[in-house]
Design a protein. Structure first.
Length: 287
């Protein structure tokens, strides 16, 4: 298996994020999508972790299975929220013993969307990065928020917290955003804080007008007015929204790559079409 920071160190990485399915039907859809994803030859894949540990076993099984059977390394997301330190130690030890070397360390949110303090024994993602590093030779990634995390007291404080987290982690992946300038402002500030670890832009292809508005509200991402007007013009037809989502994701991805971004991480929602189109239209194949 390969530590992902070694892949990123060799050149641009094009990766995809999936979630562990809950039902047999969702599992069938993922198997079908995986066939498509495999053809795209992503640099690595990552598997989300349900708030408060709700997908603990499913995430573990899928990551271990992909690491054995998918031709790219699979990274396990893990969150502090809802877990004691001992539980996190047990989860990380099990990953280490199964040969999983890549972890995305997150704070997580409360299981019910809301903005109360999350309940977990470790307070911040940086504590989980440190725990993982203590327990094994993991490559540990962290989340970055180009527009600032919604709970941050200020953008400056958010950047300082991110810089501290990246100083102990190996690389970052951003929350989704719709303007390249948000990403480059973050990278520039990190540089001024002495951090040069790679941060890969996270790209969310819009597939539904309603759900992107909800996700943007939760994550603190602003949807620019010009994107809202384009969506307004086609929102009645689902297929047109998907097509427009692909166009918007391609425009942003191309701009980021032209400006020197170290790669792209696509949030697939386990749907192959938008991700396949983005890879094909931009020629993102790595070998
Ligand atoms: P942190 O880095 O802990 O930061 C959270 C907030 O605390 C920020 O405002 C930060 O400025 C502040 N902070 C940090 N350190 C300190 C400190 N020492 N003192 C005071 N304040 C501090 N969630 C899931 O539940 N499952 C997933 O699989 C998942 N995957 C994700 C993948 C990506 C690429 C991204 C970008 C996010 C993902 N999330 C996931 C969401 C994430 O859990 C939330 O955004 C969460 O609210 C914050 O996580 P974090 O790791 O950025 O937290």
């Amino acid at each position: 298996m390969t530590q992902i920071d070694k892949i990123i160190g060799k050149g641009r990485s094009f990766s995809i994020e999936m979630f562990a399915p809950k039902t047999p039907e969702a599992e069938d859809r993922l198997v079908e999508a995986l066939g498509e994803f495999q053809k795209l030859r992503p640099s690595f894949v990552s598997i989300t972790y349900g708030a408060g540990g709700s997908t603990r076993d499913r995430t573990h099984s899928l990551v271990v299975d992909l690491n054995q059977n998918f031709p790219a390394p699979a990274m396990a997301h893990l969150v502090c929220s809802g877990h004691t330190r001992d539980e996190l130690t047990e989860i990380l030890t099990k990953y280490r013993d199964c040969g999983v070397e890549n972890i995305l360390a997150l704070r997580g949110d409360p299981p019910v969307a809301g903005r109360q303090a999350h309940q977990g024994e470790l307070d911040w993602a940086i504590d989980l990065v440190e725990l993982a590093k203590e327990l094994g030779e993991f490559c540990v990634a962290v989340a970055a928020h180009p527009e600032g995390h919604p709970e941050s007291t200020s953008l400056d404080q958010d950047r300082r917290d991110l810089a501290a987290k990246l100083a102990v982690a190996d690389f970052g992946i951003t929350q989704f955003f719709f303007k390249a300038s948000y990403y480059w402002d973050m990278v520039e500030t990190l540089g001024s804080l002495g951090v040069s670890k790679p941060v890969i832009p996270g790209i969310m292809p819009i597939t539904s007008y309603g759900s992107i508005q909800k996700m943007a509200e939760l994550s603190g991402a602003k949807i620019p007015p010009e994107i809202i007007s384009r969506l307004e013009r086609c929102k009645e037809r689902e297929q047109d929204v998907v097509e427009l989502g692909i166009e918007i994701a391609c425009e942003l991805s191309q701009e980021l790559l032209d400006q020197g971004a170290p790669g792209l991480h696509i949030f697939t929602m386990n749907l192959a079409r938008s991700t396949r189109e983005i890879f094909e239209r931009l020629g993102l194949f790595t070998t």
